[in-house]
Design a protein around this ligand. Structure first.
Ligand code: HEC
Ligand code: HEC
Length: 395
């Protein structure tokens, strides 16, 4: 199946073609260009075999918009307290997660969920842990910026916030260049567009696995990692039934391709009759249907070694513990308020049947997961905070 997937991707790759020649510098600055032309002028730096991401027609990509988005992503002036940016909870060296079990917002409020990796976020068919309807980055970012329950950045939708940005000469120039046809470039809408454009460039596909699989470098993986890879793709473990395709993830979108939403209950909790804790019941909160209890999206496993703690609530500390959870076919919590045997949940996915691994096999599987770490992505200067200065309090 993976082979078939690879062929499909290879065909796509041929169709998408190697990176197009770069258009005229800052093409979007020319007001005569329409959206269609602007889209094709952008030169994606796609990892080999990755398809071209879907881009909404009202927010075409451009180099300068991506640069603006990068500045804004790391700009702490976008929080009520002046010390939190998107980059606080989405740190590059941790594949744009925060290293915490649950995120902490500007005012110290603890989020019920764990911050997600933004690696390859451009491809996710639906965003966040459990919302099948949220499919635009432009829309998602309104939650961290303005949300009140919980407060993440706690920004007021108040033009005064924009005035603060407007006095920054460099930002001003970037807004002008990124939105040349807009008489009022500095707006919340354009701020969101730029942040989304930057996030679409967070592409990660140069791990040792990719060197082995796509570039035929046999020594990119150790023997243990190769054994672990076989286990990962095996029927017995069925990891790849949910963590699928080039992104080792739930459903994806890309140009000309759109999958259906998919969420699963992995048997993390079973309080009574399969209930998850009332603090977070996944898809059930949206639909109210019993069978949607505890269903969440399967996140990407790319860079998984650096994104712990794991799961929507950060309740599993290590990769070894994640594998134990799948091996018993659902987590058995013996004591306390969360007590219950997840493997007996009526709502658990029928793809989870448990399995037995020797100690060596378990080590091999963990080793394989570690080879999905893309070191170049974690230190790519194009994705890092812009340089700090007196007028640019980034980071
Ligand atoms: C306080 C920490 C925090 C801050 C600040 C924050 N995020 Fe997040 N982010 C999270 C958490 C927690 C989630 C998971 C939310 C959920 O599932 O409900 C998340 C999820 C996301 C996702 C979904 C990823 C996916 O794979 O579906 C995107 C995109 C995102 N954040 C972008 C941003 C942007 C852009 C900003 C700045 C405007 C930002 N975040 C600021 C904590 C944070
Ligand atoms: C039925 C679909 C399914 C199968 C099969 C599956 N997973 Fe998952 N996986 C998920 C979902 C859904 C989540 C998120 C669950 C949650 O947070 O409640 C997840 C989460 C994870 C995480 C944590 C991700 C993070 O960012 O926190 C890891 C690691 C993981 N799975 C590895 C594996 C491995 C290894 C296997 C095979 C042994 C496997 N998965 C099999 C659906 C699946």
């Amino acid at each position: 199946m993976l082979l078939a997937g690879t062929i499909v991707l290879a065909v796509l790759w041929l169709r998408v073609g190697p990176q197009r020649a770069r258009g005229p510098a800052a093409a979007e600055e020319s007001p005569s260009l329409d959206h269609e032309e602007t889209v094709t002028a952008f030169s994606w730096q796609l990892p080999p075999t990755f398809p071209e991401p879907t881009v909404p027609p009202d927010n075409p990509m451009s180099e300068v918009k991506v640069q603006l988005g990068r500045h804004l992503f790391y700009d702490v002036r976008l929080s009520a307290t002046g010390d939190v940016s998107c980059g606080t909870c989405h740190r590059q060296e941790l594949a744009f997660t925060d290293g915490r079990a649950q995120a902490v917002g500007a005012t110290g409020e603890v989020h019920r969920r764990s911050a997600m990796s933004l690696a390859n976020v451009a491809y996710n068919r639906h965003l966040t842990w459990a919302d099948p309807h949220l499919d635009r980055l432009e829309e998602q970012l309104l939650t961290p910026l303005f949300g009140r329950h919980p407060i993440e950045m706690g920004l007021k939708r108040d033009p005064a916030v924009l005035d603060v940005l407007a006095v920054d000469v460099e930002l001003n120039q970037l807004f002008d260049a990124a939105f040349p046809n807009d008489p009022k470039p500095i707006s919340f809408v354009n701020l969101g567009r730029a942040l989304a454009a930057f996030q679409r460039t967070l592409l990660s596909g140069s791990s040792p696995f990719d060197q082995y699989w796509h570039q035929g470098q046999d020594n990119a993986l150790s023997s243990a990692q190769k054994r672990g890879m076989k286990l990962f793709f095996s029927r017995r473990l069925s990891c790849s039934e949910c963590h699928q395709g080039f992104n080792f993830s739930g459903p994806v979108n890309y140009r000309g391709h759109r999958e259906n939403p998919q969420l699963h209950n992995t048997g993390l909790y079973n309080l009574t009759d399969g209930a998850y804790p009332s603090s977070d019941q996944g898809l059930f909160e949206t639909t109210g249907r019993a069978q949607d209890m505890g269903r969440f999206r399967a996140p990407t496993l790319r860079n998984i070694a650096v994104t712990g703690p794991y799961m929507h609530d950060g309740s599993i500390a290590t990769l070894e513990d994640v594998i134990d959870h799948y091996a018993v076919g659902g987590r058995h919590i013996r004591h306390g308020q969360m007590a219950g045997d997840g493997s007996k949940s009526p709502w658990k996915s029928d793809r989870l049947h448990g399995f037995v691994l020797t100690a060596q096999e378990k080590g091999d599987l963990v080793d394989f997961l570690r080879c999905l770490t893309d070191q170049a992505f974690l230190v790519d200067p194009q994705l890092a905070p812009p340089k700090k200065s007196a007028t640019h309090p980034y980071g």
